[in-house]
Design a binder for this molecule. Structure first.
Ligand code: G3H
Length: 253
């Protein structure tokens, strides 16, 4: 299968990290990319408290801002939740849904993730839909089974290349410094591409498939060169401008 010619996306997920002072790191990324444009789209997904300030701070840059999760409803009595419409209103252009930390710590199931992706699309946001196996599932040789099930259950019908990104994040690689071999990444990404094309046709061919899990400046080039890896979802290394820029540099303009 010919690899799709898609522009890569390097997205930083700040998770529950960052106070207002931390916006300086995002501004430094924006300034650097204004001087030397990246060969990939770049996004930062800060905690909800920083969304508005970060959108304002990055206004004259090419860096996109995204949310980390959304509620399925537009509004209502859902204390503590944030809707996709609210994220869009704050200036976000995308939202991560189904991150493994949401799946494991908040009990989110594939059907919940799918509903959130639908909410994102309803609000005009791109949905970055996360999938990935745990260490136990990997040990039981269930990686492909789990990822296929998550994809089938989490992606909404009618998903398009323009509004849907898949992020493959092996749970055991998140924040551990461990990464799969490039051969393993290639196998899973090829299987994801096959599933996307089988279900969405040409749209599936154009959807970006990100790799996430301990991506660092030191390993970014190797991981990003794997066929069907169309960018990265970066956690810890997205918090500091120098590290994040070191990863973005894997994509020459
Ligand atoms: O969303 C990002 C991932 O969970 C990866 O996190 P990490 O880069 O800290 O391993």
């Amino acid at each position: 299968m010919t690899e799709p010619k898609v522009r890569a996306l390097v997205a930083g997920n700040w998770k529950m990290n960052g106070l207002r002072a931390g916006i300086a790191e995002a501004e430094a990324v924006g300034r650097a990319l204004n001087e030397t444009p990246a060969g990939a789209d770049v996004m930062i997904c800060p905690p909800a408290t920083l969304l508005g300030p970060m959108v304002a701070a990055l206004g004259d840059s090419t860096v996109h801002v995204g949310g980390q999760d959304c509620h399925v409803n537009v509004s209502g009595a859902f204390t503590g939740d944030v809707s996709a419409e609210m994220l869009a209103d704050a200036g976000a252009t995308a939202v991560i849904v189904g991150h493994s930390e949401r799946r494991s710590l908040h009990g989110e199931l594939d059907r919940d993730v799918r509903a959130k992706a639908e909410a994102a699309h309803r609000a005009g946001l791109s949905a970055i839909v996360c999938v990935g196996e745990t260490a136990g599932e990997r040990a039981a040789a269930l990686t492909q089974t789990v990822v296929s099930r998550q994809l089938a259950g989490s992606l909404p019908d009618g998903a398009r290349a323009a509004n849907t990104v898949v992020a493959y994040e092996p749970v055991w690689a998140i924040g551990t410094g461990l990464t799969p071999t490039v051969e393993d990444v290639a196998k899973v990404h090829a299987a994801i591409r096959k599933a996307l094309v089988a279900r969405f046709g040409a749209e599936g061919q154009g959807m970006r498939i990100l790799y996430g899990g301990s991506v660092k400046p030191q390993n970014a080039r190797e991981l990003m060169a794997v066929p069907d890896v169309n960018g990265a979802l970066v956690g810890g290394a997205s918090l500091k401008a120098a590290d994040f820029l070191g990863i973005i540099a894997a994509y020459q303009p």
